[in-house]
Design a protein around this ligand. Structure first.
Ligand SMILES: CC(C)(COP(=O)(O)OP(=O)(O)OC[C@H]1O[C@@H](n2cnc3c(N)ncnc32)[C@H](O)[C@@H]1OP(=O)(O)O)[C@@H](O)C(=O)NCCC(=O)NCCS
Length: 154
């Protein structure tokens, strides 16, 4: 399932490139813990999601159970005239695993990957009510920008 190792830690954070029934199950177990409105993914939608060359899926697994995905993060990288940019989205750690460093490991692994692949910035957004997430991002070095965030809902 796993094709890369990150930060020299073979059992903590990995980039997953291939779908599997276990992966689909893990994503669908974690998604409701991130968003009450997110729809479950299908085997086909996970396959399509992972096949995008600009999209990198990071999974956190415990040392003694490397197939058991307890946290996830998606990093999207793209080139625009001002440089190579990266966005972090859909960060979530399973409730029973929180507070043990998984979120930090996922975020730091994504930053390292983005940096190693030429990104000049890594961006993300997080609602102010997400206190743990906002603290996490600041602890790993994200700085709050003074900008307006807009969304056009399709
Ligand atoms: C945000 C989330 C991913 C953090 O994952 P985690 O594995 O618990 O985080 P870590 O254990 O790695 O903690 C890293 C830092 O986050 C902060 N943090 C974690 N839990 C916190 C809490 N309950 N309250 C305040 N800060 C918290 C701390 O600053 C911590 O570092 P420190 O202990 O050195 O200060 C997790 O709480 C989660 O999945 N929340 C629900 C989904 C979500 O909000 N996702 C983010 C979307 S933007």
């Amino acid at each position: 399932m796993f094709s890369h190792l990150v930060r020299g830690n073979p059992m903590a954070v990995k980039i997953v490139e291939k779908s599997s029934p276990e992966l689909v199950e893990a994503i669908n177990r974690l998604l409701p813990q991130l968003s009450s409105s997110a729809k479950p993914m299908t085997a086909e939608s996970v396959e399509a999601f992972l096949s995008q060359p600009s999209t990198h899926f990071f999974a956190f697994t415990p040392d003694d159970d490397p197939e058991n995905i307890l946290g996830m993060l998606t990093l999207v990288m793209f080139q625009i005239p001002t440089g190579t940019r990266a966005w972090i989205e859909d960060v979530v750690v399973s409730e029973e695993t929180r507070g043990q460093g998984a979120g930090r490991k996922l975020t730091e692994a994504a930053i390292e990957f983005a940096r190693n692949n030429g990104a000049c910035t890594v961006d993300l957004t997080s609602r102010p009510t997400r206190q743990a997430a906002n603290r996490l991002y600041q602890r790993v070095g994200f700085e709050q920008r003074n900008t307006n965030v807009y969304r056009f809902s399709c």
